[in-house]
Design a protein around this ligand. Structure first.
Ligand code: ADP
Length: 360
């Protein structure tokens, strides 16, 4: 656990961080966000003592960070920054191995660890181990930066705009990958960003800062649903309802489909009581198509859905309500079925379900 108590940092007359108290629990992703110059980077760097606080204390697992030499402290804290800061004259392997080498790991343990980390960040070790930073794309370099920060398996990871210097598509992939790595490793992460979408996507809790102070520290859901004050409200912006639903999984809003027919069966409900279209599933519950209930009530009249149609006529159970909404808007439909990876029909989500949560 990281605990900052009334931490202040002055630079001459500038107060970069002003009486900040915050607690980040183990395994949590805490995202620091706020306008440029509000003190995010300074806060992050005080945690690993790249910057020393002017006042206040920082405790890690109850121990004051001042009680340890900074070099020792930093071995337990991974640090990844924008533009990575890879050493240009070292190979990918040597870059990742910096901290393990300092720790005196033997050669084979380092080689294995580098191999494992490259796989973890989605880079083929046979291709990348011996490359130099100049031979990497921005996204690849960023991945190596994350691998390096994780090299000695530190319990804490500090990340300063780690996905800031890449194009939007690569950024989204890196964020996705970060989330899956984090699900596996459960590091305690403090991440600085100026991108609210990134904060909403990655954070367990978001710390909004203004002029060196903490103005709200909350889950993305609460931050978007109930901003503390006018500043936070304007910061999270007019489209906060859309951002909010990107955090809501379709599975939490879906309901049973109103009309369902099994293969070989006939619609049991009265046609006037069901929507015009009923979904048809096979005997094990996999979606195979739909039925126009005004034409026929038997599953034999099914309009089958082929693999390519499946992608846009349904949403996967891993999708967010926001993805479901854009599917529905794209198709011009008011509801859409939710399926699992084996095409089992789990339920459906409607525009009304989404309207209800955004109106709350
Ligand atoms: P952010 O990361 O939110 O953009 P910073 O933490 O970098 O903000 O900076 C907070 C404030 O402290 C800014 O006004 C900045 O100019 C000032 N500052 C940061 N680092 C230094 C420094 N090394 N010397 C003087 N002023 C600094």
């Amino acid at each position: 656990m990281i605990r900052m108590e009334e931490v202040t940092k002055h630079y001459g007359n500038t107060v970069a961080v002003d009486g900040l108290s915050i607690e980040v629990t183990d395994g949590e992703v805490c995202v620091l966000i706020g306008p440029s110059g509000c003190g995010k980077t300074t806060t992050l760097r005080m945690i690993n003592r790249l910057v020393e606080p002017s006042e206040g204390r920082i405790l890690i697992n109850g121990e004051n960070t001042r009680s340890k030499p900074p070099e020792l402290l930093r071995r337990t804290i991974g640090y990844a920054i924008q533009n990575v800061g890879l050493f240009p004259h070292m190979t990918v392997e040597q870059n990742i191995a910096v901290v393990p080498s300092i720790l005196g790991w033997d050669r084979s343990r380092i080689t294995n660890r580098v191999h494992e980390l490259l796989l973890l960040v989605g880079l083929d070790p046979d291709v990348y181990t011996h490359k130099y930073p100049l031979q990497l794309s921005g996204g690849e370099a960023q991945r190596v930066g994350v691998a390096r920060a994780l090299a000695a398996d530190p319990p804490i990871l500090l990340m300063d705009e780690p996905f800031g210097a890449v194009d939007p598509l690569t950024r989204e992939r890196l964020q996705q990958q970060f989330l899956s790595i984090q699900t596996e490793l459960r590091k305690t992460v403090v991440l600085v960003t100026h991108d609210l979408d990134e904060a909403v996507r990655l954070a367990d809790r978001v710390a909004v800062m203004r002029q060196g102070r903490l103005v709200q520290f909350d889950t993305p859901e609460n931050l978007l649903a109930s901003p503390n004050d006018a500043f936070v409200r304007s910061f999270v912006g007019a489209d906060r309802a859309l951002k909010r639903i990107s955090r809501i999984p379709v599975t939490s809003l879906m309901k049973p489909v109103p009309a369902l027919v099994r293969e070989g069966d006939t619609l049991s409900q009265d046609v006037s009581q069901v929507p015009r279209y009923a979904w048809v599933v096979d005997t094990s519950g996999r979606l195979i198509g739909w039925l126009d209930t005004q034409q026929s009530r038997t599953a034999d009249a099914v309009y089958e859905i082929d693999a390519s149609q499946m992608e846009y006529l349904t949403v996967p159970d891993s999708a967010s309500a926001r993805e479901a909404l854009s599917h529905m808007l794209g198709q011009g439909v008011r509801s859409i079925p939710v399926i699992d990876a084996s095409r089992h029909l789990l339920g459906e989500i409607t525009l009304r379900d989404i309207e209800e949560v955004t109106a709350e």
